[in-house]
Design a protein around this ligand. Sequence first.
Ligand SMILES: Cc1cc2nc3c(=O)[nH]c(=O)nc-3n(C[C@H](O)[C@H](O)[C@H](O)COP(=O)(O)OP(=O)(O)OC[C@H]3O[C@@H](n4cnc5c(N)ncnc54)[C@H](O)[C@@H]3O)c2cc1C
Length: 491
Amino acid sequence: MKVDVLVVGAGPAGLSAAIELRRLGVGSVLVAEREAAAGGVPRHSWHTGYGLRDLRRVMTGPAYARALADAALAAGAELRLGTTVTGVIAGGGAGLGGGPVSVSMTSVDGVETVRAAAVLLATGCRERPRAARLIPGDRPAGVMTTGELQQRVYLSAERRPGRALVVGAEHVSFSAAMTLAHAGARVIALVTEYDRQQSYAAFRLGAALRWRVPVWTSARVERVAGRGRLDGVEVADVRTGEARFVPCDTVVFTGDWIPDHELARLAGLAMDPGTRGPVVDTRLETSAAGVFAAGNLVHAAETADVAALSGRHAARHVATMLGTGSKSLAAGARGAGVPILAEPPLRWISPNTITSAATPPLGRFVLRSRDFRRPARLEVRQDGRLLARSRRVRLVPERPVHLGAGWLARVDPAGGPVRVVTGSLPVWLGAPLRRPRSRVSVRRGRWRAEPPATSHAGRRHRARAAGPGLPPSAHRHGERRRRSTSAASPP
Ligand SMILES: Cc1cc2nc3c(=O)[nH]c(=O)nc-3n(C[C@H](O)[C@H](O)[C@H](O)COP(=O)(O)OP(=O)(O)OC[C@H]3O[C@@H](n4cnc5c(N)ncnc54)[C@H](O)[C@@H]3O)c2cc1C
């Protein structure tokens, strides 16, 4: 079988790409989805908040998933459900004679090879499960990720009475707490190793007022206990090491995202050590010509509308490559590529290589930090040359920071890697004498040439470092838990 474009994954990114490809006149678009229904994660995320930036409506997850799937079918894309893509060979393989990319798909009908002129990988991401977090102990039932919890509760109508603990305190952790409450659980707490939660204050307040769920900061789950069923978990204070046993019936591991990157690895694509997804340029093309990647595979995890818009962005460049899209998108020939490196405390940046002056999705780069920094400036440098410096931005682990792309034209294609750093070197240590000319936006602010950041930011950061930690009861019960695994009382 031959198609113009094969899209892997029918989540918001894949479906939005398929709709856009058809809108731009691409002849045949096939979307392969391993699940029995299209829509990706939103299918089992029943709360509202989907579709804001891409559909300009606010919808529940299932309604959003249905709307995208219906629109893809109406646009003329073919959806192949229950079909897993198991291999991608860029370059078509010797003697295939079809499109430049060869794809293997497996379904109940057997194995099929599809040749495509271009492939878009939109396989999404997942939360790291307990095993991948290397948490020792027993292997009882009742331990899961938010994704699994939502599927059980919303797709299989499962009830989860009893006490529940949520590991993580980012946006999705509050979503997990909400799902648990709907399933009849009493959520004891959200647990985070950081000294404060990483979501919006309003979410924490909402959880505290509506369900009386506290956030235990500077705390870590260190052991899971239970034969058959979960008895509880050991929670330790990361500063003192004091631990206690917290009895519970469900524990949900949230966040700590990892892209579903197995297919990209198998295809031999260059991988980014920061995002742990494939390296992509600002067109979202990977290291293999004709293979593109979009959505949470390249930025785990953003909201669904951002994933959808990145799918749309990739589709436009695929269409341009195939000759049906806008010529103005071409933005110069594809060069060898200048890597973009995010330096600590920044964890990653996406897209992460520059091959042309094409702008990234939404005209901005997205970054993550591993630490809290407030306020902080981002600087973009190449070979000691300052390309741009931001206003102060707030860095919060697991929350996106955006960096405008107006400096792209100033990158030397023959130069070294572009580095994005936090804070500011004093002018005499390398900042240019010439002010950057480009004005590009950072979140709601604008790039501008500013004096270096003062150490005031660092002072404020240190002043905030002492968080509330585990509630006093958590420390009090440290000794008792060693004698009896069920002795600790609820906080
Ligand atoms: C609990 C939770 C709550 C959330 N709440 C919100 C919210 O309120 N608002 C919001 O905007 N966003 C929310 N999000 C984020 C949002 O769901 C994601 O950003 C969005 O689904 C990402 O889209 P995607 O297309 O990149 O990936 P996904 O939605 O993950 O879709 C990827 C698809 O690829 C398929 N696939 C993977 N590998 C293969 C393969 N080899 N072959 C075939 N198919 C394959 C998968 O089955 C899946 O259907 C939430 C996420 C979670 C987990």
